[in-house]
Design a binder for this molecule. Structure first.
Ligand SMILES: [Zn+2]
Length: 424
């Protein structure tokens, strides 16, 4: 039996669901001013949502069952729990980040992740895809701790270690030989055989998605930011292996040529997608590939903290990434919402909704990118909308999100899988 509630008003409801249901399930009635129908793109009023155990069972039922715990959300609008498909919960780009991997272990990363998972969930993000952070299996351990209920956090789809060429973006560079050198188990893999070993190893130890670094990066010390890093043969091997296991594969890709190679290899999502030309946009459309552009909100990213070589890359790439995003939106490329949280402070994930709207995306499409589209990219069918039969991941905000997406920056109520984690 689960109990929730604050102080003296703890609420406990038990329903017998018969032999097929859980012995003790909790039923909630959420009463709000309206709810966001993401598919239709409108707010429906009023909203009485019936939750039983971890699922939504009815919306505006004619006769709400007696005995359900009512949560009064007057003045608020319900929306699906938000999904961020590109986070680094176990990482923080702060302090002496360059040397962190020499001084700390994956245990430190996991414990850092506990704090950030909580922040992210309370900010309204009930699911995240954790795309690698040089931290071994910290993200997998965090996922397990959340599933057990030991700590609170979003549902996690972990990548474990990102796959990178030796000296590439997702390898750790800048040190003397012998320091932080890794093999396929750590994600560093050259040639088809090592790539296969790297993918299989991550899956063996809990990865639910594969991340491969197809091009050089911004916040790393290797060569030109746009340069492709993996060959077609290596990319294809990684894609086929991930898909053989039923997993999606995401490619870190800034440069035009590397983006095209990754799409042609069958990658499921292009992360960053900074330097798109017309052909890259056509390929995204043709292959039905998701684009996950992250555009940091103004002021959150500290350019002054960067060594000159990295600062130059950031100042070159970031404005071009905004332009690429505008063009991709105009062309109708499929978008999922990924923030790269961890490169800046965790818990501010919703701020990129307004950034996207400012770059030409409609509010409903920005919201869809963080709900239905994100669920589709993750391959989780029962997430991303408010409808009977779906998982009860719901949030509530103070205002009409279709008029002002910044209402998501101050989420008042959070329910994940039928459990209330934040109340007004
Ligand atoms: Zn990232």
């Amino acid at each position: 039996m689960r109990t929730t509630g604050r102080g003296a008003i703890a609420i406990v409801v038990c329903l017998s669901l018969g032999p097929t249901g859980p012995a003790d399930a909790e039923t909630y009635l959420l009463r709000a001013d309206g709810y966001l129908d993401v598919a239709a793109g409108r707010v429906v009023s009023p909203a009485i949502v019936l939750i039983d155990d971890d699922k939504i069972v009815a919306i505006n039922p004619p006769a709400p069952p007696a005995g359900a715990s009512t949560v009064d959300l007057t003045g608020l609008v319900l929306a699906p729990g938000l999904i961020d498909v590109h986070t680094h919960l176990t990482y923080e780009f702060t302090g002496d980040w360059r040397h962190r991997f020499v001084h700390e272990t994956e245990v430190d990363a996991a414990l850092r992740g506990v704090k950030n998972a909580r922040r992210t969930l309370l900010a309204g993000f009930t699911t995240v895809r954790e795309l690698g952070a040089f931290a071994g299996g910290a993200d997998v351990a965090l996922m397990h701790a959340i599933e057990r209920g030991d700590v609170i956090g979003p549902r996690i789809v972990p990548a474990r270690q990102s796959i990178s060429i030796t000296g590439g973006h997702c390898d750790t560079t800048g040190f003397a030989p012998g320091i932080l050198e890794g093999g396929p188990e750590d994600g560093t893999a050259d040639g088809v055989a090592e790539v296969l070993r790297a993918v299989r190893y991550q899956i063996k130890y809990g990865a639910k998605v594969i991340k491969i670094c197809a091009t050089a990066g911004v916040l790393s010390f290797e060569g030109p930011v746009g340069a492709p890093q993996y060959s077609m043969a290596e990319l294809r091997a990684a894609v086929e292996e991930a898909h053989r296991h039923g997993l999606k594969i995401a490619a870190h890709a800034h440069g035009t040529e590397g983006i095209k190679m990754a799409i042609r290899a069958g990658i499921d999502s292009i992360e960053h997608g900074s330097l798109l030309d017309d052909e890259a946009i056509d390929l995204l459309l043709e292959h039905d590939t998701y684009l996950v552009t992250n555009i940091y909100p103004p002021g959150v990213f500290d350019y002054d903290s960067l060594p000159p070589q990295l600062r130059a890359k950031a100042e070159y790439v970031f404005p071009r990434r905004e332009e690429s995003f505008r063009r991709a939106v105009a062309a109708g490329v499929k978008m999922a919402y990924g923030t790269d949280a961890g490169v800046y402070e965790h818990g501010l994930n919703a701020q990129q909704l307004a950034v996207r709207v400012g770059l030409g995306m409609s509010p409903i499409d920005a919201i869809r990118s963080a709900t239905v589209n994100a669920a589709d990219l993750l391959g989780i069918e029962d997430l991303g909308a408010i409808a009977p039969g779906l998982l009860a991941d719901l949030i509530a905000v103070a205002g009409d999100p279709l008029e002002d997406v910044t209402v998501f920056e101050d989420v008042r109520f959070v329910m994940k899988g039928g459990t209330v984690v934040k109340r007004p």
